[in-house]
Design a protein around this ligand. Structure first.
Ligand code: AMP
Length: 187
């Protein structure tokens, strides 16, 4: 776990950023050499921190600003379900290729490591439904860009996009251009 006394930053202030930082494990060379994997399992496993982080995301956006929560597979599902339950909203999964059983929209993109395709059911959203999109980590922004585009192709309107942790040096926020990124911790 990262124990740090230096000031950490994020879009919900230094205390929330420090809270996330205290529950991240750095795993070198996973899933391949050269990648420093940010493991947020300790955050999910700590009931109080998980609740505090979930509440902070809801407070940032306001529960009235979205109709449904979309989580990006797989760790985004964990956040999406918690936010949705706490606000009485539903969850829509944005899944890796081949997992959804009915007609989908698909988007392919380059990852920090490898390539991937995301899919969402074509009928996932009512027209104009306001969608809060969540994931654990923003790295190069390829995943988020594809997910946000898919939400719009399926008829949703982006109400917000939140990640627990942003790897700022990989330029994801810049790549997302006009999208507004809410990151609890930026490193
Ligand atoms: P990217 O498309 O490069 O922004 O990658 C973001 C997606 O890949 C998210 O769904 C993350 O869960 C995962 N990911 C990418 N890089 C890392 C990393 N260094 N540590 C943990 N997860 C990562």
């Amino acid at each position: 776990m990262t124990e740090t006394t230096e000031t950490v930053r994020g879009d919900s202030g230094p205390d929330l950023a420090a809270l996330v930082a205290s529950r991240v494990l750095d795993v070198p060379d996973f899933p391949q050499p050269g990648v420093l994997f940010k493991d947020l399992m300790p955050l999910f496993a700590d009931g109080q921190v998980f609740r505090d982080v979930t509440d902070a995301i809801i407070a940032h956006h306001g529960a009235g600003s979205f109709d449904v929560v979309a989580g990006i597979e797989a760790r985004g599902f964990v956040m999406a379900a918690a936010i949705a339950y706490a606000t009485g909203k539903g969850v829509v999964p944005i899944r890796k290729a081949g997992k959804l059983p009915r007609e989908v929209f698909a988007a392919s993109y380059a990852l920090e490591y490898g390539e991937a395709t995301l899919e969402v059911h074509r009928d996932a959203f009512a027209a104009g439904e306001r969608v809060l999109v969540v994931d654990d980590v923003l790295a190069t922004g390829g995943t988020a860009g594809a997910a946000l585009d898919l939400v719009e192709r399926a008829g949703g309107a982006i109400a917000g996009f939140t990640v627990l942790l942003e790897l700022g040096f990989l330029g994801g926020r810049e790549r997302l251009g006009h999208r507004t990124v809410h990151a609890l911790l930026s490193v």
